[in-house]
Design a protein. Structure first.
Length: 359
């Protein structure tokens, strides 16, 4: 992308009554350019512009024209879906999206401006992530994924470039590949994937994906970050390349974290952890931890009382004990209310007999 294809600093964008003045470029990928900008109330934001490389061209004045109108229309819808997905997420580690609008023939997303660099930039310095930092990345991503997967969506592009290391928290960004999934349904591949981090199933044209698809990419990202080694891609592994367990490279790593990363990197989808909750449990209790069974359906209180009584009266010595005290009490009461107590005594004995019979 040549430099004059980007919008210059000072360019004004408008969404309804909101006016944003662009500053510098924060980053660009194959599908867009992200700028820092200031809203008219002084709030600094990030604005992502859909600008798919090779597919569009910028005219003087900023307008974008597409060479392949149909494909561009599809990407416009995709970018709106990206904004809507971000707006559904409430987790503090998911980028906040203020809204989207169409302008210049393309679409823009206004998001919270994240301070700090991406994990990719950090890894380019050659320094490995410490375990405590890797755990912070893992916990932040798991938190967002738990919410995202719960909404029936997958991220599909977890990698160091899409994880921001804000000084106070880690944030997962770039939901441009997010997709709805349903267990048992196939999903068409629509966007370029990142071969170094993607699991094998993502290379297929129309495949079943599950939350475990995101966990592979997350495991690969952490493996890279903790070892400064990029292990073979899933395609290379499928062709015979081996990947060493992470503790072979980083023996000081805690067993629970190493086991989680190695488990996420299983080639077969079904051999990986199946939910963010499962990973959180395994981090806390170790790999062989059995997930608690779902709660038993609650029984009505009256059933529990009846069963306790039945158990009690099944034992002959309890029947004798209760009968003894009943006879004494009834004897005393009979002397005061003879007729009424006679009826009560008969009823009581009948009830005890009934309880001891039914089970
Ligand atoms: N909200 C944000 N705040 C700060 N920088 C951001 C933000 N969103 C994106 N970036 C920067 O822009 C880059 C590209 O953004 P991303 O959403 O990943 O788009 P793409 O789909 O082009 O990969 C990121 O790697 C990051 O450096
Ligand atoms: Mg990205």
């Amino acid at each position: 992308m040549s430099i004059d294809e980007t919008l210059s600093s000072g360019t004004v964008l408008q969404s309804g009554t909101q006016v944003f003045t662009l500053e510098k470029i924060l980053g660009r990928g194959g599908f867009g350019i992200t700028y820092a900008a200031t809203a008219q109330n002084g709030t600094r934001v990030a604005i992502k512009e859909l600008f798919p490389e090779g597919l569009v061209q910028r005219l003087a004045g900023g307008r974008v024209i597409a060479h392949d109108r149909l494909e561009f229309e599809r990407l416009l819808v995709r970018t709106q879906f990206e904004a809507e997905t971000l707006q559904l997420l409430k987790h503090p580690s998911a980028t906040k999206c203020y809204g989207w609008w169409k302008q210049n023939g393309t679409v823009y997303l206004a998001m919270e401006l994240i301070k700090g660099d991406s994990l990719e930039k950090r890894l380019e310095t050659g320094v490995k992530l410490r375990e405590v930092e890797a755990r912070a990345v893992l916990m932040a991503c798991l938190g967002v994924l738990q919410e995202l997967h719960g909404l029936g969506l997958l991220h599909r592009d977890i990698k160091p470039a899409n994880i921001m290391l804000n000084p106070d928290r880690v944030e997962l960004i770039d939901f441009g590949s997010a997709v709805k999934y349903k267990i048992g349904e196939r999903i068409k591949r629509e966007r370029l994937l990142t071969p170094m981090y993607a699991p094998l199933e993502q290379f297929g044209e129309e495949v079943q994906l599950t939350p475990a698809t995101d966990f592979y990419a997350l495991g690969k990202t952490l493996y890279h970050a903790l070892t400064q080694t990029v292990p073979p891609s899933a395609l290379e592994r499928a062709a015979g390349a081996t990947m060493r367990p992470i503790r072979d490279l980083e023996p000081s790593l805690s067993l629970s974290l190493a086991e989680v990363i190695d488990a996420c990197l299983a080639m077969k989808l079904e051999e990986r952890p199946q939910s963010a909750f499962q990973i959180l449990q395994e981090l806390q209790h170790g790999k062989n931890y059995n997930l608690p069974l779902p709660d038993q359906p609650r029984r009505p209180q009256i059933d529990i009382v009846m069963e306790t009584l039945r158990e009690f009266f099944k034992k002959p010595h309890n029947v004798i004990g209760v009968s003894f005290w009943l006879v004494i009490v009834i004897g005393i009461l009979v002397s005061y209310f003879p007729t009424l107590m006679f009826i009560v005594a008969i009823l009581g004995l009948f009830l005890m007999w009934f309880m001891s019979q039914s089970s």
